[in-house]
Design a protein around this ligand. Structure first.
Ligand code: G4P
Length: 293
């Protein structure tokens, strides 16, 4: 990947205190479930995973759901799925706002638990419903998925050993119970480019970032995309301009946000560009390719 110099900038150090609490709660909840569904963002499958997560799980089976496929490049999503499966993970591609095959997803979770039990030598079937938790870093779509799968029936789990009184389970079709509070993971941020990428896809809040810097970073991402993948005609362009300023000029012109004397209103233009990206108006873009084997 081209280094545009972003990694010389300091990290924001964003780590809200509530995430520590969320992490503790998740460890507790882990004891209650048979399978963890790790949600990642299909636009940045590498950056939205926390490598430390597997250690926290301590052998608990996990299945990956790459969500927001409707915003990602379909070819790249296929490559990511193939790559992660080669690495030994089971991967399901999903648009949680509009899940095409929820029954298949639930069946897949159930099978995964039964296969894992067989692997561990269990001969009989579980005498209770399979229990599942969804986990992932902020904004990957955890709540959306929980809500979509919700069939209207929530079961309060009683005061059993190790079960907090307020844990609620959502009963899904086919003998599966889903913990209604998803596990919140913190991102494991490698460098500034990683932090900016998370901000771009909404996993870090814009108010802790500088939107103008973020727009410049988006330019660097767009610069690395094949021109045909980006809807450059949106800004009357044919390819990515050579500088962030030239891109901002084109966006400002197209959006009519130039100040007197043709000067760019940089902040408003940055916000408009970021919104175009997030609303998928500049194309279904995946920001990172799977490693070459
Ligand atoms: P979280 O619990 O993991 O933090 O994420 P949450 O479900 O709150 O989803 C974060 C945002 O991502 C929401 O948009 C949600 O609608 C959107 N989202 C979730 N899954 C998908 C998906 O598969 N495709 C697309 N395109 N979007 C998805 P929002 O703008 O924050 O809220 P709203 O527009 O839903 O009100």
């Amino acid at each position: 990947m081209t280094d545009f110099g972003f990694n010389h900038l300091p990290l924001t150090g964003w780590f809200p205190g509530h995430m520590l609490k969320a992490g503790r709660k998740m460890r507790e909840a882990l004891k209650l479930v048979d399978l963890v569904v790790e949600l990642i963002d299909a636009r940045a499958p590498r950056s939205t995973r926390n490598p430390a997560f597997r250690q926290i799980l301590q052998g608990k089976p996990v299945l990956i759901v790459a969500n927001k496929v409707d915003l990602a490049d379909p070819v790249m999503s296929g490559w990511w799925q193939a790559y992660l499966e080669r690495m030994g993970d089971q991967v399901f591609l999903l648009d949680a706002r509009n899940p095409a095959h929820p029954a298949e997803l639930i069946r897949c979770w159930k099978n995964s638990v039964h296969e894992e039990r067989e692997k561990r030598g269990a001969h009989n079937k579980l005498s209770r419903p399979v229990r599942i938790m969804i986990a992932g870093i902020p904004n990957v779509g955890k709540s959306t998925l929980v809500n979509r799968l919700h069939s209207g029936k929530k079961a309060e789990v009683g005061p059993k050993a190790g079960v907090t009184r307020h844990n609620q389970w959502i009963t899904l079709k086919g003998g599966v119970e889903l913990l209604d509070t998803p596990g919140v993971l913190w991102p494991h941020i490698r460098d500034k480019a990683h932090e900016l990428r998370l901000a771009l896809i909404g996993s870090m809040k814009d108010d802790v970032m500088n939107v103008e810097l973020l727009a410049e970073y988006l330019w660097s991402e767009l610069h690395q995309q094949p021109p045909e993948r980006v809807a450059w005609d949106l800004y009357n362009l044919e390819a990515c301009p050579d500088t962030p300023d030239a891109l901002m000029q084109a966006v400002a012109q197209r959006r009519g946000i130039l100040r007197g004397g043709g000067k760019i209103d940089y902040t408003r233009t940055a916000i408009a560009l970021l919104k175009d990206y997030r609303d998928c108006r500049i194309g279904r873009l995946t920001l990172e390719a799977p490693p070459q084997d």
